[in-house]
Design a protein around this ligand. Structure first.
Ligand code: AP5
Length: 219
């Protein structure tokens, strides 16, 4: 059976940072809805143009578009062993659609890891975040600085600050999260799938706590 792990948390909670680490540790692909939208934006596709209109305002891209995109991504051969999902699902309709698609792929959700971070820490993290142009590697000017300012340690590409990390947009993204995504915490807790992890520990400690919460599968 494939292994599916969902990372849930507010904007800036550390989902992308941790998903990359879990992906390496567990040997599963990292599927980030935000990264797929940004890749489409960069390549100026029709999907990218549609997503841009929502992303720059800090709103969610409509469910039907997002669900179809994730279904297509999860159906690719590299997801046969499962996936680490980062940023999806984000609404009750997406959560229901995910259950259905995992069932269609012969699997089910293994665990939902909820990374908890206070609002002040979220704002502080997003204000200081830098990302690499080539592959989206994530840095923070104080908490996880690159060796050389402005240059990615991994691939040497330029670092940039996301348009939606401007203070006003961040505030709105957090409100949208509270309204549309936070209800999923109760949804998954009631089903016994949610594990709470303190996201205000150092990055390595958060990774260790997340890995400890992923159920081990007998071969
Ligand atoms: P998306 O890219 O998913 O953004 P997000 O959910 O707002 O999350 P972020 O990427 O901002 O934060 P993160 O939790 O990954 O934190 P990170 O690891 O970078 O979505 C962007 C947009 O796309 C949405 O607004 C929407 O428009 C659209 N979209 C995406 N998915 C969608 C969906 N399913 N439906 C509809 N629309 C969708 O860390 C943040 C910073 O903190 C970094 O600088 C990092 O170095 C630092 N940091 C991380 N961990 C720690 C730590 N433990 N201690 C100190 N610093 C830390």
């Amino acid at each position: 059976m494939p292994t599916y792990v969902v990372l849930l948390g507010a904007p800036g909670a550390g989902k992308g940072t941790q998903a990359k680490r879990l992906s390496q540790a567990l040997g599963l692909p990292h599927i980030s809805s935000g990264d797929i939208f940004r890749e489409n934006l960069k390549n100026q596709t029709e999907l990218g143009e549609l997503a841009r209109q929502y992303m720059e305002r800090g709103e969610l891209v409509p469910d039907d578009v997002t669900i179809a995109m994730i279904r297509e991504r999860l159906s690719r051969p590299d997801c046969a062993p499962g996936a680490i999902l980062d940023g999806f699902p984000r609404t009750p309709a997406q959560a229901e659609a995910l259950d259905k698609m995992l069932h269609d792929f012969g699997g089910q959700m293994d665990v939902v890891l909820y990374i908890k971070v206070s609002q002040q820490a979220l704002i502080d993290r997003l204000a200081g975040r830098w990302m690499c142009r080539a592959h989206g590697h994530i840095y923070h000017e104080r908490y996880n600085p690159p060796k050389q300012p402005g240059i990615c340690d991994v691939d040497g590409s330029e670092l940039y600050q996301r348009d939606d990390d401007k203070a006003e947009t961040v505030k709105h993204r957090i409100e949208v999260y509270q309204r549309q995504t936070a209800p999923l915490i109760a949804y998954y807790r009631e089903r016994g799938l949610l594990v709470d992890v303190d996201g205000e520990q150092p990055i390595d400690a958060v990774t260790a706590a997340l890995l400890a919460a992923v159920p081990q599968r007998a071969e």
